[in-house]
Design a binder for this molecule. Structure first.
Ligand code: S3P
Length: 192
């Protein structure tokens, strides 16, 4: 399947998952432009819904409340017309949220190594999980905890320190194959 067919056939959202600093928002925005699809950042939608910034949600209500809000917002967004959706790093770790993403979208894990993540997260200080101690040690622990689960994404693409356009290119290539496979299995299903 080529890119023009992909644009026509894509009937579900593309959900970007991966660690803080893996480039979900910047790559997601570019991917949206490339495929002519709207880009939405789940974290921003959560802030809008809560009328409160993420660090404040964590501080005032705790992580469990944040995760509940995150689940609701992602559920709502997945029910809307297809788009590119960037999710916060912990979203795909939540069983129910992951099940929704797996069944209603094509998930893409932007895999990045510790050095790249560290360099990127150092540019912002609004991530509550990294305020709880040494960011390097926290990221290392989260990598160990999360990477085996992120592996369940439909597509895995490495997000290195090269141009984002290369990552976008790799995603588009993999999406063409993925959508072709989905179409193939739908045709088999229909012929039964
Ligand atoms: C989190 C990642 C953040 C945000 C929240 C929790 C996580 O999003 O959802 O601070 O658990 O990894 P980004 O991955 O966009 O930084």
């Amino acid at each position: 399947m080529n890119e023009a067919d992909l644009k026509q056939k894509l009937d579900r959202s593309i959900v970007l998952v991966g660690m803080m600093g893996s480039g979900k928002s910047s790559i997601g925005r570019r991917l949206g432009r490339r495929l002519g699809m709207q880009f939405v950042d789940a974290d921003q939608e959560i802030e809008t819904a809560a009328g409160c910034a993420i660090p404040d949600i964590f501080r005032l209500y705790g992580e469990a409340a944040f995760r509940a809000g995150e689940r609701k917002v992602i559920d709502r967004l997945l029910g809307e017309p297809p788009r590119i959706l960037a999710t916060g790093g912990g979203a795909f770790m939540e069983e129910e949220t992951r099940a929704q993403i797996k069944s209603r979208s094509i998930s893409v894990w932007l895999r990045a190594n510790l050095d790249i993540l560290l360099e990127r997260v150092s540019r912002r200080d609004d991530r509550p999980l990294l305020q709880q101690g040494d960011p390097e040690a926290i990221l290392k622990r989260l990598i160990e905890e999360r990477y085996p689960t992120y592996e369940q994404a439909d597509i895995i693409v490495d997000s290195g320190d090269g141009p984002h356009e290369l990552v976008v290119e790799a995603i588009v290539e993999r999406l063409c194959k993925q959508v072709e496979n989905i179409q193939g299995s739908q045709e088999i299903e229909a012929s039964r």
